[in-house]
Design a protein around this ligand. Structure first.
Ligand SMILES: [Zn+2]
Length: 143
């Protein structure tokens, strides 16, 4: 039967895993981005809207900021711990600038799809999302 649902039950961890790897949280498609920074409005495979409401990307921006500052703090702590005896600031500054400059760029796409995954986990699909019915996950059975 062509219209039979093919999507298995979708766990939160699977959605987050897919989101972290810049994939569609609903179907796992890799086509959510045209370029590193330019994302599609909807998943090309399942039609899941990556932006489900106005202001959606504020969460992704916040998450990117938290991850960047977290890694920066970790870099500074490890840098201080490793160079404590030598008292050299240059390696710490260089590594901190590198982390502060690269993390927001490298994590940009992941923060977008990860936030979509968090949104999907907190707010299940609605008819307005207009998702391809073949990708609507089956509900979990409770025995
Ligand atoms: Zn999809």
């Amino acid at each position: 039967m062509a219209d039979a649902p093919i999507a298995p039950p979708l766990s939160t961890s699977r959605m987050l895993w897919r989101g972290f790897w810049r994939r569609c949280p609903l179907c796992g498609s890799t086509g959510c981005f045209r370029t590193w920074f330019d994302k599609e409005e909807r998943c090309p495979r399942c039609n899941f809207p990556l932006k489900r409401e106005e202001g959606h990307w504020i969460g992704a921006l916040g998450m990117n900021t938290v991850v960047t500052f977290g890694l920066l703090a970790l870099t500074l702590l490890v840098g201080f711990a490793l160079t404590w005896e030598e008292r050299r600031a240059l390696p710490i500054f260089l590594s901190a600038f590198l982390v502060a400059g690269l993390t927001p760029v490298l994590f940009f796409g992941s923060s977008q799809t990860l936030w979509s995954a968090i949104d999907l986990a907190m707010r299940p699909l609605e008819p307005d999302d207009d998702v391809d019915p073949r990708w609507i996950p089956q509900p979990h059975r409770r025995n």
